[in-house]
Design a protein around this ligand. Structure first.
Ligand SMILES: CC(C)(COP(=O)(O)OP(=O)(O)OC[C@H]1O[C@@H](n2cnc3c(N)ncnc32)[C@H](O)[C@@H]1OP(=O)(O)O)[C@@H](O)C(=O)NCCC(=O)NCCS
Length: 180
């Protein structure tokens, strides 16, 4: 499933990964991840992992039935991503809610609307899968991401003073929700 848009003659596209990640795309996704981690991350990694760890990580994400992986492309090159995590089957009380995680766009592709496209696409897929709520959390220091989420209708429902620990320093975090 794909949606696409043009911006200044550049083709922007977002798609859901159906099974596994094809090798050129995997290489581009690892390059994008490397560059985003070096630029300050925000999606978990603090230290740059080795290439084989990154490759196995992404193939693992693509293979997990309860993780829905989305890729963003600029002129065909994978440059961003996000995931939806669906509740486990026993969790009937929370089957309405999916968790959005791992959203980033690599630095060279930023400022073109790709993260908003990723978010829109993930929300549309969540609705199609029967979810009525998306939850997410984010470091308080990620100003652009916070602006993006709040402008997309996510409402802050909490905060955590010890949310992350980066280089021996705690970083606070925020929790958001959106009723679809
Ligand atoms: C946050 C992030 C995903 C935004 O990606 P992007 O593709 O550049 O964002 P978009 O181009 O879709 O822009 C989204 C909104 O943010 C605004 N924005 C983008 N870059 C910005 C910047 N440097 N400063 C201020 N606002 C900015 C845009 O104006 C846009 O708002 P608009 O649609 O109202 O104009 C990207 O900066 C990133 O990967 N950051 C590091 C990782 C991260 O923070 N991930 C989220 C953790 S949960």
């Amino acid at each position: 499933m794909e949606n696409a848009a043009h911006q200044k003659d550049q083709l922007l596209a977002v798609e859901r990964v159906e099974h596994s990640i094809e090798s050129t795309d995997l290489n581009d996704l690892c390059d994008a991840t490397d560059a985003a981690i070096k630029a300050g991350g925000g999606f978990g990694w603090v230290e740059l992992p080795s290439r084989d760890v990154l490759e196995r990580f992404w193939q693992g994400v693509a293979a997990m039935p309860l993780r829905i992986l989305f890729l963003a492309r600029l002129d065909g090159v994978v440059c961003g991503t996000c995931q939806l995590i669906r509740p486990t089957q026993n969790n009937e009380a929370q089957k309405h809610a999916a968790q959005l995680t791992g959203l980033f766009v690599t630095p060279w592709a930023r400022g073109r609307g790709l993260s908003r496209m990723l978010l829109d696409h993930a929300e549309a897929e969540a609705r199609k899968m029967g979810h009525s709520v998306i939850n997410l959390d984010v470091r308080e220091s990620m100003d652009t991401a916070i602006k993006l989420y709040e402008s997309a209708g996510y409402v802050q429902i909490g905060s955590h003073p010890y949310y992350a620990r980066i280089n021996d320093t705690y970083v606070a975090g925020r929790y958001y929700t959106k009723a679809l």
